[in-house]
Each structure stands twice: as structure tokens, then as C-alpha cells.
Design a protein around this ligand. Structure first.
Ligand SMILES: [Fe+2]
Length: 289
């Protein structure tokens, strides 16, 4: 029988990201989902406070981190996957469609060290694939729309949905990044919401909807179906797509879009240091025509 996963959430105030430590209580094997590397854009300062919290929690509980799982190539924070991999030897996995995301963004940054075949990651996950964290079985669901490579991780009655859904009072993620699609996102969401009503859904972000005092990141399929402001039952695909496209047209680029994407499509690897020992990110300038 699949035992219940132990789930701990770690909220990063700076980027509104929720990282998870998911453990098998029997074997003490664990996975980290969507770890954040702390990065101050104004100063270029990088630190590992958030990732160290995850490591300390794993240490305290005698957990061995075997997997680092990304739900997608994030556009709002840098991944701490390489740092955690260096500390634990864990394998880094992401959805196989990361190849498309690499191919889309490699020319944007003129990067010659991005493969386009996903080989920067240790393992590329297919829809329906299963793998284990100790005795826990993880099922991969390809849930594209926010990006082409988004996956959700289903472990027993818990699903880590990435940016496919937000809390019911906040709605859904944007679908206007290159390769994104509101129509595809709607279909992925319906697939998640077809799971049993008591299924627990764990978000990757929370922005505290107006009127809510505290951050939250866990809901159930039934709550989403009843109350999600964008996709409750009764909202059809055409209505969702119209709403999403109209809303996305008003959104500015995320503050860390450019730093995040160029790093995260390299599995979180920072750029190679130049001859002076300093690493530099690239910002493509958009000049007037
Ligand atoms: Fe995202």
C-alpha cells in the first residue's frame, strides 16, 4: 500500500513561492519540489538561505533527499536545484517538454550552453510516468498551458500542481509566456479537477487574494470546482480563454523573468564565470525600432 507522504511547505516571501519537502515515512527518502535560490536583482547578491532551510529540515528529520523536482522552468525565481544536488547528490527532474522551452528561449538570450535536448537535467519526465521516493509512488501528469513543460506530481491523495492552479480565491496563472496557451491551460486544469474531490492540491505560489490575511497553498479538488474564481464548474473553455487572455494582456513581465529563465532552462546552473572569476547574467535590450 502507498503510505501517506509527509509534506512540509516552505514559503518564500520574496517571490511568493512555495517549496515542498515530501518524505516517505517508512524509508525516510524525500524529494524537494521547486526549491528557491535567493537572489536580489538590485545587487546581484545570491544566497542559499531558503535552500538551507530545506536542508536543515531534512537533516533534523533524518531524511535523505533523493529527488529535486521542478514543476516547470520558473519565470519568477531562480532554482536552487544545483546547490541542493551538490549537497545531497539528489537527481534533478523536470517535464520532458523542457526541450521546447529551451529551444524557445535559447535564441532570446543567445545562449550557446543550452542543449535544447534537456540533458542539463538528470531525468526528463513523461506524462503518466511513475517513479518512487522510497516506497511512495509518484505519478507524473503533464499539465501544460502556463508553459509547455509544466508537470504536476501526484503522490497518493496529494498533487503538486505547480502554476496550473492558484488558490480558489485567486484563480489561475498567466498563460501568455512563449509557448503558453490559455486553451491548453484550461484542459490541464479540467484534468486535475477530474481527480477525486477530496484530492489535496498544493500550489507553487500564493499572492494572498484581496481580503485574505494569510498565505495559503493547499486546497482540495472540491473547493476548486466549487469556488475557483476563474475555473469553477460551469466556466467553459471559451469563457476561460477570453478571461485569461484579457487579463494577461494587462500583466507586466515578472520582475525576475529574464534572470530566472536563462538560469532555469540550464537546470538552475548559473552562467560560467568569466576570466575575472565573476558570473554575469544577460539582459537582452529591446531598443526602439
Ligand atoms: Fe511559473
Amino acid at each position: 500500500m502507498n503510505p501517506s507522504a509527509q509534506i512540509q511547505a516552505f514559503f518564500d516571501e520574496a517571490t511568493n513561492t512555495v517549496s515542498y519537502l515530501v518524505a516517505d515515512p517508512i524509508t525516510r527518502q524525500a524529494a524537494v519540489i521547486d526549491p528557491v535560490l535567493d537572489y536580489e536583482h538590485r545587487s546581484g547578491k545570491v544566497s542559499t538561505t531558503s535552500a538551507d532551510r530545506l536542508l536543515a529540515a531534512a537533516d533534523e528529520q533524518g531524511l535523505a533527499i533523493a529527488w529535486i523536482l521542478e514543476t516547470h522552468a520558473h519565470a519568477d525565481h531562480l532554482s536552487a536545484a544545483p546547490y541542493l544536488k551538490g549537497k545531497t547528490g539528489a537527481r534533478v527532474a523536470i517535464g520532458e517538454h523542457i526541450r521546447e522551452v529551451q529551444t524557445l528561449f535559447r535564441p532570446v538570450f543567445h545562449l550557446d550552453d543550452v542543449s535544447g535536448d534537456g540533458s542539463e537535467f538528470d531525468h526528463l519526465l513523461r506524462d503518466g510516468e511513475t517513479f518512487r521516493i522510497g516506497s511512495l509512488e509518484v505519478q507524473v501528469m503533464h499539465t501544460p498551458g502556463h508553459t509547455p513543460a509544466c508537470v504536476s506530481y501526484r503522490i497518493g491523495d496529494a498533487v503538486f500542481v505547480g502554476d496550473t492552479l492558484f488558490m480558489p480565491d485567486y484563480g489561475t496563472a498567466r498563460a501568455d509566456f512563449p509557448g503558453g496557451s490559455a486553451q491548453t491551460l484550461y484542459r490541464s486544469i479540467r484534468r486535475l479537477l477530474a481527480l477525486p474531490p477530496q484530492t489535496r492540491l498544493f500550489m507553487c505560489h500564493d499572492y494572498k487574494a484581496p481580503g485574505r490575511a494569510t498565505h495559503a497553498w493547499e486546497s482540495r479538488v472540491a473547493d476548486q470546482r466549487a469556488r475557483n474564481v476563474h475555473v469553477h464548474d460551469g466556466v467553459d473553455e471559451a469563457a476561460f480563454v477570453a478571461m485569461r487572455q484579457q487579463r494577461d494582456a494587462t500583466l507586466a513581465a515578472p520582475a525576475l523573468l529574464l534572470p530566472s529563465i536563462q538560469v532555469n532552462i540550464r537546470a538552475g546552473r548559473l552562467p560560467v564565470a568569466e576570466s575575472n572569476g565573476v558570473r554575469y547574467l544577460k539582459i537582452p535590450l529591446r531598443l526602439p525600432a
